[in-house]
Design a protein. Structure first.
Length: 634
């Protein structure tokens, strides 16, 4: 280990060290908007960053974090130019060292990656990709002369362990690992304190602690658990309470006396390094420095090993096994209650774009009478404004007496909202969910709307599976188990179909029960898809959407993501419009049905919203084709 690193650890063992406080909050107070990459200020406004470091150092902080928390390729708002990541991190170390000199320690700050979105998101979801992104930042910090590394604000234990692995293999610096915990000791991703502690000790973290999260109480609870069950050096960097959003700013309202008293209590427990996170200020650091200066770490009191063993949740790297469809669900019906193996037919009916839903409801009732197995209700399809599908789905399911598959897009709700909607769907009796990422809001018809994307479809499937196991994303009990049948999208129109099938397998590992495809207009693509998915044990609903005209065909082929028309189909639609166009579109769809029937057990019919009667004709054709096939075999 480096001499400076050794000196830092020795100081922690003999003295309660004081870290610094929030950088982002202080920058926000100085008029720097939250849409700014704070890390780029190292180059554009070095004096501002230097002044903030000096304010904390003069207040008594002896561990100064670099302004590099998000200085990695996934967090920068625009793709980083060649060499920018290294330059931002090196400059961050230099600015901090100019203030501390030899009287303090510079901690290279490393935050979690932004996944699965961002310019490099799709490329870093595997372990090697995550290691590469962390290595680029961590090596830059070490080469620039950081005294230690501060891996902080992590909620995903997998990411943190990979970052720790990189830090240990690529540098000789001590490593602090801090996670953000919520109530009852779980992270946002559901990792419990004792699980994280066990894994981080095994990974040889030098200091383990908590920061950010839901304020002082959660950090206090986390470090108390760590201290009671281990001898590891411990750090604590709490937020200044819970934030309030006022006029575009997050304000943290915990009183300063409460914060300083809490810091003293954590020192009494045996915490070795104390600082602050969001909402804390140089004045907070000044007061805790005055109260804790020259103080030695407190003697720790451990709880019994028996209690430790009952609390520890081992880290599992095994993929989650998909659970079978719940009894009584739509998929249970086709798997176990359908001896003749007739094809399952579901029809998509979009919610209305205004208040009048009676016409759509009558269509659902008609389709029920024709023997359709379920209605699917889209969630603001193509990011265009429709009635909320949850309430509308309940109306359809109740009034038409037919099961409904509820589309749930990640685009419009954050992690909190998605979980709330799942609870609501369960109590409303909507037990079939199609988990979707959702088209970006900017492609829709609502100017100014933004996309959320806390999760993508893969993460949403995993979240729903957790609800089926009776816990939230953070691992807290929901007082029972939901019984969702989980669906996901599968796009057979992609050029590299093998990678799409591999993604479908990973969705199955996360808990998927069935898949639904984009509309197919090319029989060869269908055959290729069937061949590659033959070994999969989930039903695949193949999408069919009748074309309306030549113009409609060209629009879908050239402008709508995920839809590909064959040259033959485009040629057949050429010159057609109005009734003749719809008639030709149905003829092409019926031919596809006839060719697909021997090799599929499930159809997903998607009629245009203004021409839902086309679904009636498609259903009638399927029933007639099946009857003819049965008669022929007899």
């Amino acid at each position: 280990m480096s001499p400076r690193g050794q000196a830092f650890l020795e100081r922690l063992r003999t003295t309660v060290l004081i870290g610094d406080g929030a950088l982002g909050t202080m920058l926000n107070e100085r008029g720097i908007g939250r849409n700014t990459n704070y890390e780029r200020l190292n180059l554009s406004h070095p004096d501002l960053i230097r002044d903030l470091h000096r304010a904390y150092f003069d207040a008594g902080a002896r561990v100064i974090e670099t302004n590099t928390f998000g200085a990695n390729r996934t967090k920068l708002l625009n793709p980083a130019p060649e060499g920018e990541v290294r330059e931002l991190n090196a400059t961050g170390v230099r600015l901090a060292k100019e203030i501390t000199g030899d009287d303090g320690f510079v901690a290279g700050a490393v935050g979690p990656l932004h996944t699965p979105y961002g310019p490099f998101g799709a490329q870093i979801l595997n372990d090697d990709g995550i290691r590469d992104v962390f290595k680029e930042q961590i090596v830059a910090l070490a080469d620039a002369g950081a005294d230690l590394l501060m891996l902080e604000s992590f909620t995903d234990l997998r990411q943190l362990l990979l970052a720790l692995e990189v830090a240990k293999s690529a540098t000789d610096l001590p490593v602090i690992c801090q996670m953000a915990f919520h109530e009852k000791g779980h992270t946002q991703h559901g990792t419990h304190i004792t699980t994280a502690l066990e894994a981080l000790i095994a990974g040889k973290a030098d200091v383990i602690g908590a920061n950010c999260g839901r304020g002082v109480r959660c950090v206090h609870h986390a470090v108390e658990k760590i201290i009671q069950t281990s001898d590891v050096l411990v750090s604590a960097f709490p937020n200044a309470g819970l934030p309030e959003y006022v006029d575009g700013r997050y304000l943290f309202g915990a009183p300063l006396p409460y914060l300083t008293e809490s810091a003293v209590k954590m020192a009494d427990l045996g915490v070795n390094l104390i600082g602050g996170c969001c909402g804390t200020s140089p004045e907070y650091i000044r007061q805790i420095s005055q109260l804790l200066q020259h103080r030695s770490p407190s003697v720790r009191i451990h709880i019994s090993t028996t209690i430790i063993e009952t609390k520890v949740e081992p880290v599992s790297t095994e993929p989650a096994k998909p659970s079978p469809p719940p009894p009584g669900s739509l998929l249970y019906k086709i798997e176990y209650d359908n001896p003749k193996r007739r094809p399952l037919v579901v029809v998509e009916l979009d919610p209305p774009r205004g208040l009048n839903y009676q016409t759509i409801l009558k269509r659902a009732q008609q389709l029920r009478d024709m023997g359709v197995d379920a209605i699917t209700i889209a969630d603001n399809p193509v990011a265009t404004l429709h009635m909320g599908n949850l309430a509308f789905a309940e109306i359809v399911q109740r009034e038409a007496d037919i099961p409904v598959i509820l589309h749930l897009a990640c685009r419009d709700s954050n992690l909190l909202g998605l979980q709330s909607r799942l609870l609501e769907a369960h109590v409303r009796g909507l037990h079939h969910i199609l988990a979707l990422t959702g088209d970006p809001a900017k492609v829709g018809d609502t100017p100014g709307a933004t996309s959320v994307y806390d999760l993508n479809s893969m993460g949403l499937i995993e979240l729903i599976a957790k609800f089926n196991n009776g816990v939230t994303n953070a691992g807290m009990s929901i007082g029972g188990r939901t019984r969702f049948t989980i669906g996901g999208a599968f796009d057979p129109n992609k050029r590299n179909l093998a990678s799409v099938v591999d993604r479908l397998r990973r969705k199955m590992q996360n808990g998927l029960h069935f898949a639904m495809t984009q509309p197919i207009y090319d029989f060869q693509r269908f055959e290729h898809s069937v061949a590659l998915t033959r070994d999969l044990k989930v039903p695949i609903f193949y999408g069919l959407m009748p074309l309306l005209s030549e113009r409609n065909a060209e629009f879908l082929h050239n402008e709508v993501p995920g839809i590909v028309l064959s040259d033959e189909v485009r040629a057949r639609m050429k010159g057609y419009s109005n009734k003749e166009g719809r008639r030709m579109g149905l003829r092409i769809t019926h031919e596809m049905i006839d060719m697909m029937l021997p090799n599929t057990d499930a159809f997903y019919l998607i009629p245009p919203q203004k021409f839902t009667e086309m679904a009636v004709e498609m259903v009638a054709h399927i029933r007639e084709a099946v009857a003819m096939r049965v008669a022929a075999s007899a």
